[in-house]
Design a binder for this molecule. Structure first.
Ligand SMILES: C[S@@+](CC[C@H](N)C(=O)[O-])C[C@H]1O[C@@H](n2cnc3c(N)ncnc32)[C@H](O)[C@@H]1O
Length: 226
C-alpha cells in the first residue's frame, strides 16, 4: 500500500492552523493513546543526544527544542524543513536562540555549506516521507552535508510492522495514511536497523508502543563537501 507519491505530500498538511493545535494533538492524544509512547521518551531522547551545536530536520513546531535545557547564547540551532510554515513557526518559538533556518527537501542531498552540526534530530520525519524504509534511508545520506563524522543522529518514527497494534491505532494509521499525512505501511524496527547499520558503526533502536526511537553515531558515510 503506497499512498504518498510525492515528497511534498508529507509536508503539505502543516498549515498555520494545524500547527496551532499540533502539540496538543500529537503529544497529548496521538502519542500516548494511539501509538502508546509517552512523550517523555522523546524528551529523554533529546536530553541525551542534543548537543550545543544542533540541527533539526523536519521541525514541525519545535516542541522538544523549546524544552531544551540550553540557555540562549549557549546553543546553536539549525532548522531544516520543506514546509515554510513549520520553519516560521519554530523559528518564532525559538527566537531566543536565534536559530538558522533552511528550506530544503530531506530526500535530496541538502546543499548546506555552513559550519557542520554535532547532533542532528530527525524526529517524526521518516514516517512522513514516501517509500519504504530502504528508500527513506536516503535521508541519512541527504544530511551528510550537515554532519561531522562524529555527529550523533537521533529521532523517532511510527512503525506499522512487528509492533503490537490496537484497533484504535490500526484505524488512525489507516486514516492518516489515506490522508497522506503519514506513510510507511511496511516500516519495521528491523528495516530501520538495517538502514542505520549501513551508515553508522554505533546504532541503537528501541521500540515503545508503535514508535521506534533511534540514535546512531560513528558515521561510515563520506563527509566531503557537496
Ligand atoms: C511529523 S512532523 C515532525 C515534527 C517534529 N520533529 C516532532 O517531532 O514533532 C514532520 C516534519 O517533517 C517535515 N517534512 C516532511 N517531509 C519533508 C521532506 N521531504 N523534507 C524536509 N522536511 C519534511 C514536515 O514539514 C514537518 O515539519
Amino acid at each position: 500500500m503506497r499512498t504518498i507519491s510525492t515528497t511534498r505530500d508529507g509536508a503539505r498538511i502543516y498549515s498555520r492552523c494545524l500547527l496551532a493545535c499540533y502539540d496538543f494533538l500529537i503529544y497529548r492524544v496521538l502519542s500516548p493513546y494511539v501509538w502508546r509512547c509517552d512523550p517523555r521518551h522523546f524528551l529523554e531522547l533529546y536530553q541525551r543526544n542534543m548537543s550545543g551545536n544542533h540541527a533539526d530536520v523536519g521541525v514541525g513546531t519545535g516542541y522538544f527544542l523549546n524544552q531544551c535545557s540550553y540557555k540562549p547564547g549557549a546553543v546553536r540551532i539549525g532548522l531544516f524543513d520543506l514546509q515554510p510554515n513549520c520553519l516560521r513557526y519554530t523559528a518564532a518559538r525559538l527566537a531566543r536562540f536565534q536559530p538558522e533556518t533552511f528550506e530544503c527537501d530531506a530526500l535530496e542531498p541538502i546543499p548546506f555549506t555552513g559550519k557542520r552540526f554535532s547532533s542532528i534530530g530527525l524526529g517524526g520525519i521518516l514516517h512522513c516521507i514516501p517509500g519504504d524504509l530502504t528508500e527513506k534511508g536516503i535521508v541519512f545520506d541527504a544530511i551528510t552535508s550537515l554532519m561531522e563524522p562524529t555527529s550523533r543522529v537521533f529521532g523517532y518514527t511510527i512503525l506499522n510492522q512487528g509492533v503490537r497494534k490496537t484497533l484504535f491505532s490500526r484505524i488512525v494509521f489507516f486514516l492518516l495514511h489515506r490522508m497522506k499525512v503519514i506513510n510507511g505501511a511496511s516500516d519495521s524496527a528491523a528495516q530501520l536497523h538495517v538502514e542505520l547499520n549501513k551508515r553508522f558503526k554505533s546504532v541503537d533502536v528501541r521500540v515503545v508502543g508503535c514508535i521506534a526511537l533511534f540514535n546512531a553515531g560513528d558515521s561510515l558515510l563520506s563527509h566531503g563537501a557537496i
